[in-house]
Design a protein around this ligand. Structure first.
Ligand code: FRU
Length: 479
Protein backbone atom coordinates (compact mmCIF):
# COMPACT_ATOMS: atom_id res chain seq x y z
CA UNK A 1 0.00 0.00 0.00
CA UNK A 2 1.12 3.58 -0.45
CA UNK A 3 2.86 5.19 2.47
CA UNK A 4 -0.16 7.10 3.58
CA UNK A 5 1.24 8.18 6.92
CA UNK A 6 1.38 11.83 5.97
CA UNK A 7 -2.06 11.81 4.40
CA UNK A 8 -5.49 12.07 5.78
CA UNK A 9 -6.32 8.38 5.42
CA UNK A 10 -9.78 7.16 6.22
CA UNK A 11 -9.79 3.66 7.66
CA UNK A 12 -12.96 1.67 8.04
CA UNK A 13 -13.71 -2.05 8.08
CA UNK A 14 -14.10 -2.09 4.27
CA UNK A 15 -10.77 -0.48 3.44
CA UNK A 16 -8.64 -2.90 1.44
CA UNK A 17 -5.12 -3.97 2.26
CA UNK A 18 -3.42 -4.85 -1.04
CA UNK A 19 -5.52 -2.89 -3.49
CA UNK A 20 -4.87 0.72 -4.38
CA UNK A 21 -7.58 2.89 -2.88
CA UNK A 22 -7.68 6.63 -2.27
CA UNK A 23 -6.76 7.94 1.18
CA UNK A 24 -10.07 9.83 1.01
CA UNK A 25 -12.36 10.95 -1.77
CA UNK A 26 -13.09 9.12 -5.01
CA UNK A 27 -10.83 7.05 -7.25
CA UNK A 28 -11.73 6.03 -10.80
CA UNK A 29 -9.67 5.15 -13.89
CA UNK A 30 -6.04 4.05 -13.58
CA UNK A 31 -3.96 6.41 -15.75
CA UNK A 32 -0.42 6.65 -17.03
CA UNK A 33 0.61 3.08 -16.22
CA UNK A 34 4.31 2.76 -16.99
CA UNK A 35 7.43 0.92 -15.91
CA UNK A 36 9.90 3.80 -15.89
CA UNK A 37 13.48 3.94 -14.66
CA UNK A 38 13.20 0.79 -12.56
CA UNK A 39 9.79 1.46 -10.98
CA UNK A 40 6.12 0.94 -11.73
CA UNK A 41 4.20 4.21 -11.80
CA UNK A 42 0.44 4.23 -11.41
CA UNK A 43 -1.57 7.42 -11.66
CA UNK A 44 -5.31 7.49 -11.21
CA UNK A 45 -8.31 9.73 -11.44
CA UNK A 46 -8.84 11.20 -8.00
CA UNK A 47 -11.29 13.62 -6.49
CA UNK A 48 -9.52 14.58 -3.26
CA UNK A 49 -12.38 16.70 -1.99
CA UNK A 50 -15.43 14.48 -2.29
CA UNK A 51 -16.91 11.17 -3.36
CA UNK A 52 -18.57 12.49 -6.51
CA UNK A 53 -17.25 12.65 -10.08
CA UNK A 54 -15.90 16.22 -9.87
CA UNK A 55 -12.54 17.92 -9.55
CA UNK A 56 -10.48 15.17 -11.18
CA UNK A 57 -6.77 15.20 -10.31
CA UNK A 58 -4.11 12.67 -11.22
CA UNK A 59 -2.92 10.97 -8.05
CA UNK A 60 0.46 9.21 -8.29
CA UNK A 61 1.97 6.14 -6.62
CA UNK A 62 5.20 4.28 -7.33
CA UNK A 63 6.45 0.78 -6.58
CA UNK A 64 9.36 -1.49 -7.41
CA UNK A 65 7.46 -4.73 -6.69
CA UNK A 66 3.77 -3.94 -7.33
CA UNK A 67 3.10 -4.76 -3.66
CA UNK A 68 4.54 -1.83 -1.72
CA UNK A 69 3.45 1.56 -2.98
CA UNK A 70 4.95 4.90 -2.23
CA UNK A 71 2.58 7.83 -2.30
CA UNK A 72 3.93 10.73 -4.35
CA UNK A 73 2.52 14.26 -4.64
CA UNK A 74 -0.44 14.36 -7.01
CA UNK A 75 0.81 14.89 -10.57
CA UNK A 76 -1.94 17.02 -12.12
CA UNK A 77 -4.62 19.33 -10.74
CA UNK A 78 -7.41 20.98 -12.76
CA UNK A 79 -6.01 24.49 -12.54
CA UNK A 80 -5.76 25.77 -16.13
CA UNK A 81 -8.40 27.14 -18.53
CA UNK A 82 -7.91 24.03 -20.73
CA UNK A 83 -8.47 21.49 -17.90
CA UNK A 84 -10.53 23.50 -15.41
CA UNK A 85 -13.29 20.87 -15.01
CA UNK A 86 -10.95 17.91 -14.74
CA UNK A 87 -7.62 16.40 -15.73
CA UNK A 88 -9.24 13.40 -17.36
CA UNK A 89 -7.68 10.06 -18.26
CA UNK A 90 -4.56 9.49 -20.30
CA UNK A 91 -1.20 7.80 -20.43
CA UNK A 92 2.52 8.09 -19.72
CA UNK A 93 5.52 7.65 -22.00
CA UNK A 94 9.27 7.83 -21.77
CA UNK A 95 10.65 10.56 -24.03
CA UNK A 96 14.45 10.52 -24.07
CA UNK A 97 14.58 9.74 -20.36
CA UNK A 98 11.84 12.18 -19.32
CA UNK A 99 8.42 11.08 -18.13
CA UNK A 100 5.67 12.60 -20.26
CA UNK A 101 1.93 12.45 -19.61
CA UNK A 102 -0.78 12.95 -22.21
CA UNK A 103 -4.21 13.54 -20.72
CA UNK A 104 -7.56 15.10 -21.56
CA UNK A 105 -8.37 18.55 -20.27
CA UNK A 106 -12.11 18.66 -19.65
CA UNK A 107 -13.87 22.02 -19.85
CA UNK A 108 -17.56 22.75 -19.29
CA UNK A 109 -19.21 26.07 -20.13
CA UNK A 110 -21.93 27.83 -18.16
CA UNK A 111 -24.70 25.87 -19.88
CA UNK A 112 -22.99 22.47 -19.54
CA UNK A 113 -21.39 22.33 -23.03
CA UNK A 114 -18.21 20.28 -23.09
CA UNK A 115 -14.85 20.83 -24.77
CA UNK A 116 -11.87 18.51 -24.63
CA UNK A 117 -8.19 19.28 -25.04
CA UNK A 118 -5.49 16.63 -25.34
CA UNK A 119 -2.64 17.99 -23.24
CA UNK A 120 0.97 17.19 -22.41
CA UNK A 121 2.88 17.38 -19.14
CA UNK A 122 6.53 16.58 -18.50
CA UNK A 123 8.71 15.52 -15.60
CA UNK A 124 12.47 15.15 -15.33
CA UNK A 125 12.46 13.42 -11.94
CA UNK A 126 9.23 11.42 -12.31
CA UNK A 127 7.73 13.25 -9.33
CA UNK A 128 7.04 16.89 -10.24
CA UNK A 129 5.19 17.59 -13.48
CA UNK A 130 5.13 20.72 -15.59
CA UNK A 131 2.13 21.26 -17.84
CA UNK A 132 2.94 21.95 -21.50
CA UNK A 133 -0.64 22.70 -22.58
CA UNK A 134 -2.92 21.33 -25.30
CA UNK A 135 -1.56 19.61 -28.40
CA UNK A 136 -4.97 18.72 -29.83
CA UNK A 137 -7.07 21.80 -29.32
CA UNK A 138 -10.72 20.85 -29.00
CA UNK A 139 -12.49 18.00 -30.77
CA UNK A 140 -11.58 17.55 -34.45
CA UNK A 141 -14.23 18.13 -37.09
CA UNK A 142 -16.81 15.38 -37.14
CA UNK A 143 -16.62 14.69 -33.40
CA UNK A 144 -18.41 16.05 -30.32
CA UNK A 145 -16.74 17.25 -27.11
CA UNK A 146 -16.65 13.60 -25.98
CA UNK A 147 -13.15 13.11 -27.34
CA UNK A 148 -10.75 11.85 -24.68
CA UNK A 149 -8.45 9.37 -22.96
CA UNK A 150 -5.38 9.29 -25.27
CA UNK A 151 -3.13 6.22 -25.04
CA UNK A 152 0.17 6.75 -26.81
CA UNK A 153 2.91 4.36 -27.92
CA UNK A 154 5.94 4.51 -30.17
CA UNK A 155 6.37 2.42 -33.29
CA UNK A 156 9.26 2.92 -35.68
CA UNK A 157 9.97 6.65 -35.90
CA UNK A 158 6.43 7.73 -35.01
CA UNK A 159 4.19 8.20 -32.00
CA UNK A 160 0.66 6.83 -32.30
CA UNK A 161 -2.35 7.57 -30.11
CA UNK A 162 -5.73 5.92 -29.76
CA UNK A 163 -8.41 8.30 -28.50
CA UNK A 164 -11.99 7.55 -27.41
CA UNK A 165 -14.52 9.50 -29.47
CA UNK A 166 -18.14 10.28 -30.18
CA UNK A 167 -19.02 11.17 -33.76
CA UNK A 168 -21.31 14.07 -34.57
CA UNK A 169 -23.96 11.44 -35.34
CA UNK A 170 -23.59 10.37 -31.65
CA UNK A 171 -21.97 6.99 -32.36
CA UNK A 172 -18.90 5.88 -30.41
CA UNK A 173 -15.58 4.94 -31.99
CA UNK A 174 -11.79 4.93 -31.49
CA UNK A 175 -9.68 7.43 -33.42
CA UNK A 176 -6.07 6.73 -34.41
CA UNK A 177 -3.66 9.68 -34.58
CA UNK A 178 0.01 9.96 -35.47
CA UNK A 179 2.78 12.39 -34.56
CA UNK A 180 6.51 12.79 -35.08
CA UNK A 181 7.06 14.89 -31.96
CA UNK A 182 3.97 14.47 -29.69
CA UNK A 183 3.05 18.08 -30.47
CA UNK A 184 1.72 18.10 -34.05
CA UNK A 185 -0.90 15.36 -34.45
CA UNK A 186 -2.48 14.07 -37.62
CA UNK A 187 -5.73 12.10 -37.42
CA UNK A 188 -5.46 8.96 -39.54
CA UNK A 189 -8.96 7.57 -39.12
CA UNK A 190 -11.26 5.39 -37.04
CA UNK A 191 -10.03 1.97 -35.96
CA UNK A 192 -13.45 0.39 -35.45
CA UNK A 193 -16.99 0.79 -36.70
CA UNK A 194 -19.42 1.91 -34.01
CA UNK A 195 -21.13 -1.05 -32.31
CA UNK A 196 -24.94 -1.19 -32.37
CA UNK A 197 -26.41 1.33 -29.88
CA UNK A 198 -22.90 2.61 -29.06
CA UNK A 199 -22.80 6.31 -28.20
CA UNK A 200 -19.26 6.68 -26.85
CA UNK A 201 -16.07 4.68 -26.47
CA UNK A 202 -13.80 5.50 -23.54
CA UNK A 203 -10.28 4.56 -22.46
CA UNK A 204 -8.89 2.77 -25.54
CA UNK A 205 -5.54 0.96 -25.32
CA UNK A 206 -3.94 -0.70 -28.37
CA UNK A 207 -0.97 -3.04 -28.06
CA UNK A 208 0.56 -6.14 -29.61
CA UNK A 209 0.57 -9.48 -27.87
CA UNK A 210 2.02 -12.59 -29.55
CA UNK A 211 2.06 -10.84 -32.95
CA UNK A 212 -1.67 -10.00 -32.72
CA UNK A 213 -3.16 -6.56 -32.14
CA UNK A 214 -5.36 -6.18 -29.06
CA UNK A 215 -7.62 -3.16 -28.61
CA UNK A 216 -9.05 -2.71 -25.14
CA UNK A 217 -11.82 -0.15 -24.85
CA UNK A 218 -14.98 0.71 -22.91
CA UNK A 219 -18.18 0.70 -24.90
CA UNK A 220 -20.99 2.90 -23.66
CA UNK A 221 -24.19 1.69 -25.22
CA UNK A 222 -27.85 2.36 -24.82
CA UNK A 223 -29.07 -1.20 -24.67
CA UNK A 224 -32.69 -1.49 -25.62
CA UNK A 225 -34.46 -3.61 -23.05
CA UNK A 226 -38.07 -4.63 -22.61
CA UNK A 227 -38.49 -1.83 -20.07
CA UNK A 228 -37.04 0.92 -22.25
CA UNK A 229 -33.48 2.18 -22.64
CA UNK A 230 -30.75 1.13 -20.23
CA UNK A 231 -27.16 2.32 -20.26
CA UNK A 232 -24.58 -0.40 -20.32
CA UNK A 233 -20.92 0.44 -19.88
CA UNK A 234 -18.69 -2.51 -20.73
CA UNK A 235 -14.93 -2.82 -20.73
CA UNK A 236 -13.85 -5.31 -23.34
CA UNK A 237 -11.38 -6.11 -26.08
CA UNK A 238 -10.99 -6.92 -29.74
CA UNK A 239 -8.24 -9.13 -31.17
CA UNK A 240 -7.09 -8.94 -34.77
CA UNK A 241 -4.69 -7.45 -37.26
CA UNK A 242 -4.07 -3.73 -37.37
CA UNK A 243 -3.11 -1.60 -40.33
CA UNK A 244 -1.87 1.66 -38.79
CA UNK A 245 -1.40 3.43 -42.14
CA UNK A 246 -5.06 2.84 -43.01
CA UNK A 247 -6.36 3.00 -39.41
CA UNK A 248 -8.15 -0.33 -39.70
CA UNK A 249 -8.45 -3.10 -37.15
CA UNK A 250 -9.70 -6.34 -38.69
CA UNK A 251 -11.06 -8.17 -35.67
CA UNK A 252 -13.26 -11.00 -34.52
CA UNK A 253 -15.63 -8.97 -32.34
CA UNK A 254 -15.92 -7.29 -28.95
CA UNK A 255 -15.67 -9.52 -25.90
CA UNK A 256 -16.14 -8.38 -22.30
CA UNK A 257 -12.98 -8.47 -20.20
CA UNK A 258 -14.74 -9.14 -16.94
CA UNK A 259 -18.02 -10.74 -15.90
CA UNK A 260 -18.42 -9.21 -12.45
CA UNK A 261 -20.35 -6.17 -11.26
CA UNK A 262 -17.50 -3.69 -10.80
CA UNK A 263 -14.92 -3.37 -13.55
CA UNK A 264 -14.17 -0.53 -15.96
CA UNK A 265 -11.53 1.67 -17.61
CA UNK A 266 -8.61 -0.80 -17.56
CA UNK A 267 -5.20 0.23 -18.86
CA UNK A 268 -2.08 -1.84 -19.55
CA UNK A 269 1.67 -1.46 -19.41
CA UNK A 270 4.62 -3.45 -20.65
CA UNK A 271 7.16 -4.11 -17.93
CA UNK A 272 10.90 -4.74 -18.11
CA UNK A 273 10.44 -8.50 -18.32
CA UNK A 274 8.05 -8.15 -21.27
CA UNK A 275 4.86 -8.82 -19.31
CA UNK A 276 1.71 -7.02 -20.40
CA UNK A 277 0.00 -6.08 -17.11
CA UNK A 278 -3.52 -4.74 -16.71
CA UNK A 279 -5.11 -2.74 -13.90
CA UNK A 280 -8.75 -1.69 -13.94
CA UNK A 281 -11.07 0.46 -11.88
CA UNK A 282 -13.31 -1.56 -9.56
CA UNK A 283 -16.30 0.62 -10.24
CA UNK A 284 -18.56 1.85 -13.02
CA UNK A 285 -19.54 5.34 -14.15
CA UNK A 286 -23.26 4.82 -13.60
CA UNK A 287 -23.15 3.06 -10.25
CA UNK A 288 -25.13 3.99 -7.17
CA UNK A 289 -23.07 5.29 -4.24
CA UNK A 290 -21.02 2.68 -2.42
CA UNK A 291 -21.51 2.34 1.36
CA UNK A 292 -17.96 3.64 2.05
CA UNK A 293 -19.09 7.11 0.92
CA UNK A 294 -20.51 7.48 4.43
CA UNK A 295 -16.95 7.41 5.79
CA UNK A 296 -15.53 9.64 3.05
CA UNK A 297 -13.86 7.39 0.46
CA UNK A 298 -15.05 5.32 -2.48
CA UNK A 299 -13.79 2.76 -5.01
CA UNK A 300 -10.41 1.13 -5.61
CA UNK A 301 -8.31 -0.29 -8.43
CA UNK A 302 -8.16 -3.99 -9.25
CA UNK A 303 -5.09 -6.05 -8.47
CA UNK A 304 -2.67 -6.10 -11.41
CA UNK A 305 -3.19 -9.02 -13.81
CA UNK A 306 -0.90 -10.51 -16.44
CA UNK A 307 -2.35 -10.79 -19.93
CA UNK A 308 -1.67 -13.61 -22.36
CA UNK A 309 -3.47 -14.72 -25.50
CA UNK A 310 -4.83 -18.21 -26.07
CA UNK A 311 -6.83 -19.19 -29.13
CA UNK A 312 -7.57 -15.54 -29.87
CA UNK A 313 -8.84 -14.82 -26.34
CA UNK A 314 -7.24 -12.87 -23.54
CA UNK A 315 -6.42 -14.69 -20.34
CA UNK A 316 -5.97 -12.58 -17.21
CA UNK A 317 -3.78 -14.26 -14.61
CA UNK A 318 -3.34 -13.01 -11.07
CA UNK A 319 -0.03 -11.26 -10.64
CA UNK A 320 2.54 -13.86 -9.53
CA UNK A 321 4.12 -11.39 -7.06
CA UNK A 322 0.96 -11.67 -4.95
CA UNK A 323 2.18 -15.07 -3.74
CA UNK A 324 4.60 -13.11 -1.53
CA UNK A 325 1.63 -11.92 0.52
CA UNK A 326 0.68 -15.45 1.48
CA UNK A 327 0.68 -16.46 5.13
CA UNK A 328 0.69 -20.07 6.23
CA UNK A 329 -1.19 -22.32 3.83
CA UNK A 330 -4.35 -24.12 4.93
CA UNK A 331 -4.79 -27.27 2.83
CA UNK A 332 -7.94 -29.28 2.54
CA UNK A 333 -7.61 -32.99 1.74
CA UNK A 334 -8.84 -33.87 -1.75
CA UNK A 335 -12.59 -34.29 -1.40
CA UNK A 336 -15.00 -36.28 -3.53
CA UNK A 337 -18.45 -34.75 -3.33
CA UNK A 338 -21.56 -36.78 -4.06
CA UNK A 339 -24.56 -35.26 -5.80
CA UNK A 340 -26.35 -33.01 -3.32
CA UNK A 341 -23.32 -32.69 -1.01
CA UNK A 342 -22.20 -29.54 0.80
CA UNK A 343 -18.70 -28.97 2.09
CA UNK A 344 -17.51 -26.04 4.16
CA UNK A 345 -14.02 -24.79 3.42
CA UNK A 346 -11.74 -23.74 6.27
CA UNK A 347 -12.35 -20.24 7.65
CA UNK A 348 -9.56 -17.72 7.14
CA UNK A 349 -10.00 -15.03 9.77
CA UNK A 350 -9.38 -11.39 8.92
CA UNK A 351 -11.25 -11.06 5.65
CA UNK A 352 -8.15 -11.01 3.40
CA UNK A 353 -7.41 -14.32 1.72
CA UNK A 354 -6.78 -16.35 -1.42
CA UNK A 355 -8.26 -19.66 -2.53
CA UNK A 356 -6.92 -21.90 -5.28
CA UNK A 357 -8.65 -25.18 -6.16
CA UNK A 358 -8.70 -27.66 -9.01
CA UNK A 359 -11.99 -29.31 -9.90
CA UNK A 360 -12.08 -32.69 -11.53
CA UNK A 361 -14.80 -32.74 -14.11
CA UNK A 362 -16.12 -36.10 -15.31
CA UNK A 363 -13.55 -37.60 -17.73
CA UNK A 364 -13.79 -36.19 -21.25
CA UNK A 365 -16.44 -33.67 -20.21
CA UNK A 366 -17.53 -30.95 -22.51
CA UNK A 367 -20.03 -28.56 -21.10
CA UNK A 368 -23.05 -30.62 -21.94
CA UNK A 369 -22.17 -32.93 -19.09
CA UNK A 370 -20.32 -30.61 -16.74
CA UNK A 371 -21.30 -30.36 -13.13
CA UNK A 372 -23.69 -27.85 -11.60
CA UNK A 373 -22.37 -26.42 -8.35
CA UNK A 374 -22.39 -23.27 -6.24
CA UNK A 375 -19.48 -21.69 -4.39
CA UNK A 376 -20.87 -19.52 -1.57
CA UNK A 377 -18.63 -16.63 -0.57
CA UNK A 378 -19.36 -13.83 1.91
CA UNK A 379 -22.45 -15.55 3.30
CA UNK A 380 -23.91 -14.00 6.42
CA UNK A 381 -27.36 -13.25 7.72
CA UNK A 382 -27.27 -9.95 5.78
CA UNK A 383 -25.80 -10.90 2.43
CA UNK A 384 -24.42 -13.48 0.02
CA UNK A 385 -22.23 -13.81 -3.04
CA UNK A 386 -22.49 -16.97 -5.11
CA UNK A 387 -20.43 -18.24 -8.02
CA UNK A 388 -22.88 -20.52 -9.77
CA UNK A 389 -21.62 -23.04 -12.31
CA UNK A 390 -24.54 -24.14 -14.46
CA UNK A 391 -22.34 -26.54 -16.36
CA UNK A 392 -25.27 -28.46 -17.74
CA UNK A 393 -26.47 -25.23 -19.40
CA UNK A 394 -22.98 -24.01 -20.33
CA UNK A 395 -23.25 -20.93 -18.11
CA UNK A 396 -21.35 -19.43 -15.25
CA UNK A 397 -22.93 -16.76 -13.06
CA UNK A 398 -22.20 -14.49 -10.15
CA UNK A 399 -25.16 -13.61 -7.95
CA UNK A 400 -24.76 -10.81 -5.44
CA UNK A 401 -27.10 -9.95 -2.66
CA UNK A 402 -25.55 -6.99 -0.86
CA UNK A 403 -28.16 -4.80 0.87
CA UNK A 404 -25.37 -2.47 2.16
CA UNK A 405 -24.78 -1.51 -1.48
CA UNK A 406 -28.51 -1.50 -2.31
CA UNK A 407 -28.19 -4.68 -4.41
CA UNK A 408 -30.54 -7.61 -4.15
CA UNK A 409 -29.95 -10.90 -5.99
CA UNK A 410 -28.36 -9.26 -9.01
CA UNK A 411 -27.01 -11.70 -11.55
CA UNK A 412 -24.21 -11.43 -14.12
CA UNK A 413 -23.35 -14.41 -16.24
CA UNK A 414 -21.53 -15.69 -19.29
CA UNK A 415 -21.37 -18.71 -21.53
CA UNK A 416 -18.66 -21.28 -20.89
CA UNK A 417 -17.65 -23.80 -23.49
CA UNK A 418 -15.28 -25.90 -21.39
CA UNK A 419 -15.59 -27.44 -17.96
CA UNK A 420 -14.55 -25.31 -14.98
CA UNK A 421 -11.35 -26.97 -13.78
CA UNK A 422 -9.70 -24.26 -11.70
CA UNK A 423 -11.02 -21.47 -9.49
CA UNK A 424 -8.84 -18.82 -7.82
CA UNK A 425 -10.42 -16.26 -5.50
CA UNK A 426 -8.82 -13.17 -3.96
CA UNK A 427 -10.78 -11.48 -1.18
CA UNK A 428 -9.64 -8.16 0.26
CA UNK A 429 -12.25 -7.17 2.86
CA UNK A 430 -14.75 -5.55 0.46
CA UNK A 431 -13.55 -6.84 -2.90
CA UNK A 432 -13.58 -10.21 -4.63
CA UNK A 433 -11.72 -11.17 -7.80
CA UNK A 434 -12.48 -14.64 -9.14
CA UNK A 435 -10.32 -16.18 -11.88
CA UNK A 436 -11.81 -19.18 -13.63
CA UNK A 437 -9.69 -21.60 -15.69
CA UNK A 438 -6.48 -19.58 -15.42
CA UNK A 439 -8.16 -16.28 -16.15
CA UNK A 440 -10.29 -17.34 -19.13
CA UNK A 441 -13.17 -15.65 -17.27
CA UNK A 442 -12.81 -13.16 -14.42
CA UNK A 443 -15.48 -11.83 -12.06
CA UNK A 444 -14.56 -8.59 -10.25
CA UNK A 445 -16.95 -7.41 -7.61
CA UNK A 446 -17.30 -5.34 -4.46
CA UNK A 447 -19.22 -6.70 -1.50
CA UNK A 448 -19.57 -4.98 1.86
CA UNK A 449 -19.94 -7.45 4.74
CA UNK A 450 -21.59 -5.94 7.79
CA UNK A 451 -20.25 -8.74 10.00
CA UNK A 452 -17.73 -11.59 9.67
CA UNK A 453 -19.02 -13.81 6.84
CA UNK A 454 -19.27 -17.60 7.21
CA UNK A 455 -16.50 -19.74 5.71
CA UNK A 456 -16.85 -20.40 1.97
CA UNK A 457 -19.04 -23.38 1.12
CA UNK A 458 -19.30 -25.66 -1.91
CA UNK A 459 -22.70 -27.14 -2.77
CA UNK A 460 -23.00 -29.47 -5.73
CA UNK A 461 -25.82 -31.14 -7.61
CA UNK A 462 -23.45 -33.44 -9.50
CA UNK A 463 -20.55 -35.57 -8.26
CA UNK A 464 -17.22 -33.76 -8.42
CA UNK A 465 -13.80 -33.81 -6.80
CA UNK A 466 -12.05 -30.80 -5.27
CA UNK A 467 -8.31 -31.26 -5.56
CA UNK A 468 -5.20 -29.44 -4.27
CA UNK A 469 -7.40 -26.96 -2.42
CA UNK A 470 -5.30 -24.31 -0.68
CA UNK A 471 -6.30 -21.21 1.25
CA UNK A 472 -3.92 -18.55 2.43
CA UNK A 473 -4.41 -15.50 4.61
CA UNK A 474 -2.87 -12.60 2.68
CA UNK A 475 -0.74 -10.34 4.79
CA UNK A 476 0.69 -7.21 3.25
CA UNK A 477 4.06 -6.79 4.99
CA UNK A 478 5.75 -3.53 5.74
CA UNK A 479 8.89 -3.39 3.63
C1 FRU B 1 -14.07 6.67 -17.67
C2 FRU B 1 -14.01 8.17 -17.75
C3 FRU B 1 -13.04 8.65 -18.83
C4 FRU B 1 -12.69 10.02 -18.36
C5 FRU B 1 -12.63 9.83 -16.87
C6 FRU B 1 -13.04 11.04 -16.07
O1 FRU B 1 -14.45 6.22 -16.43
O2 FRU B 1 -15.29 8.71 -17.97
O3 FRU B 1 -13.58 8.60 -20.13
O4 FRU B 1 -11.48 10.46 -18.88
O5 FRU B 1 -13.49 8.75 -16.57
O6 FRU B 1 -12.83 10.82 -14.71
Amino acid sequence: MPDLSALDVIVDSWRQTFHLCPPHGLINDPNGLIFWQGAYHVFYQWNPSGCDHQNKHWAHVRSTDLLHWEWLPFALAPDRPYDAQGCYSGCAMDVDGQLFLMYTGNVRDAVGGRSSYQCLARSRDGVRFEKLGPVIDGAPEGYTGHFRDPKVWREGQAWYAVIGAQRDDLAGTVVLAKSADLVAWQLIGELIEPAPFSYMVECPDLFRLDERAVLICCQQTAEVCADGIRRADTAGYLVGEVDLAAARLAHTGFRPLDRGFDFYAPQTLLDASGRRLLIGWMGLPTQPETPTVASGWTHCLTMPRELTLKDGRLLQRPLRELARLRGEVIRMPDTALQAGATVSLPQVPGGVWELDVLIDAPAGADCADCADWVLHLFDSSEQSLRLVCEGSHGRLALIRNCPAAGQFDERKDCEIDTAVTRVQVFVDRSSVEIFVNDGAEVFTTRCYPASEPMPPRWVTTHPLRLRDLCLWPLQPQPR
